[in-house]
Design a protein around this ligand. Structure first.
Ligand SMILES: NC(=O)c1ccc[n+]([C@@H]2O[C@H](COP(=O)([O-])OP(=O)(O)OC[C@H]3O[C@@H](n4cnc5c(N)ncnc54)[C@H](O)[C@@H]3O)[C@@H](O)[C@H]2O)c1
Length: 358
């Protein structure tokens, strides 16, 4: 650190970047008392207008338009990288080389090879690194995980989970980086990355995936007239470009524990702005979660008498993980998430064949 305080910067001031910008502002209030002062130093975006507006709005000292300026700045210690996935590696490696601590958004990179190089760079540095697997800090998901790990409902047998969004439903939603890249870089990388991470978070390592199907329903999208932020609708031109990746992915995963997961991720799930959910069946109990009701989970076990046996609603409170205090994100596995994403694509390309995950 440059001093007893911590200088933070966010690279990318789009949809998720603004959440990071806001998150740092809240950090000392949300986390334990006694943490160092946080200085809100810079918001960086190649779109200088967005960078300046965001810096001003959230009270950051300055706006930058190049990530190199952030890397070179001696008053910045910690940086969030919140830009399109294809840009992550160059920026993260540059920041680590400049001695910054780095929180990089998911998915870490567009390929396993890039992710492994980034993890190697992180390991070779003495800096803190993390990835934005947001749901690892969900109190309700952690509460379900605690029940599974404690063994009170036996071993997990079947996880049925989905991440359904509707941001791609509108054929006039503008072309953006999200619709570019090869198979697997669409719904699988964008939201399936969270789904697979959550599946392993609940059930342990995946051994193989099979039955994968990738489908694209809207094959051309109009180019935006101006800047596009996240999934927002914007004015578009007559000109279109091909969509290069999938709107939907579905597949089966087998865990080393013997459990099975049926999983789907979609950006064309009409009526679902942001629907992550699951039902998990274990030997003597089960649990459900729905992001629309993020502060609760459903739970059933053998503790009730037969006449009143059934699911009960559990509201999360201070006795559950991460409701009070907080912890930074992990940097789980050496590019593991990317290896799983690639296995799903390989399964889809081979008619749904089983693909083992080393
Ligand atoms: N953890 C989560 O829940 C979550 C949610 C949404 C997005 N994300 C991730 O965050 C990242 C960004 O997604 P988004 O939806 O915010 O994208 P976005 O398109 O809304 O914003 C990206 C911003 O990066 C800027 N940019 C482009 N190139 C740049 C460069 N070289 N240097 C600086 N800025 C540059 C763009 O001008 C744009 O403002 C992606 O990796 C995405 O997967 C994570």
């Amino acid at each position: 650190m440059s001093s007893s305080s911590i200088g933070v910067a966010v690279i990318g001031a789009g949809m998720a970047g603004r959440a990071h910008v806001a998150g740092y502002r809240a950090a000392t209030a949300v986390h334990s008392a006694g943490l160092p002062e946080v200085r809100f130093v810079a918001v960086c975006d190649v779109n200088g207008t967005i960078a300046k507006e965001t810096a001003d709005r959230f009270g950051y000292q300055r706006a930058e338009t190049s990530w190199q300026a952030v890397a070179d700045a001696p008053d910045i210690d910690v940086v969030s990288v919140v830009v399109a996935n294809t840009l992550h590696r160059e920026i993260v490696e540059g920041l680590l080389a400049a001695g910054k601590h780095v929180l990089c958004e998911k998915p870490l990179a567009p390929s396993v090879e890039d992710a492994q190089a980034m993890v190697a760079a992180a390991a070779a540095s003495d800096r803190q690194t993390a990835t934005g697997f947001t749901f690892r800090r969900s109190p309700a998901i952690n509460a379900v995980r605690e029940q599974l790990e404690s063994g009170v409902i036996g071993r997990p047998l079947h996880l049925d989970a989905h991440y359904w969004c509707d941001y791609g439903c509108d054929a006039m939603a503008p072309m953006s980086w999200r619709y570019k890249g090869g198979p697997g870089s669409g719904a699988l990388a964008d939201i399936g990355a969270h789904l697979i991470d959550m599946a392993e978070f609940l059930c342990g390592p995946v051994e193989s995936v099979s039955g994968a199907v990738l489908a694209t329903y809207i094959t051309e999208r109009h180019l935006p007239v101006g800047a596009v932020v996240g999934h927002a609708l914007a004015a578009v031109s007559e000109e279109t470009e091909p969509v290069e990746n999938e709107d939907l992915v579905s597949f089966t995963a087998r865990f080393t524990s013997g459990a099975t997961a049926t999983l789907s991720a979609s950006r064309t799930a009409y009526g679902h702005p942001n629907a992550l959910g699951f039902e998990i069946f274990a030997e003597t109990g089960a649990a459900t979660f729905d992001l629309a009701r993020a502060s609760e989970f459903g739970f059933v076990d053998r503790s009730a008498p037969h006449a009143t046996h059934g699911y009960r609603q559990v509201l999360v409170g201070p006795e559950h993980p991460y409701v009070t205090g907080g912890l930074p994100m992990d940097f789980p596995g050496v590019g593991r998430n990317l290896r799983l994403l690639r296995a799903v694509v390989t399964s889809a390309e081979n008619g749904g064949a089983a693909v083992s995950v080393s």
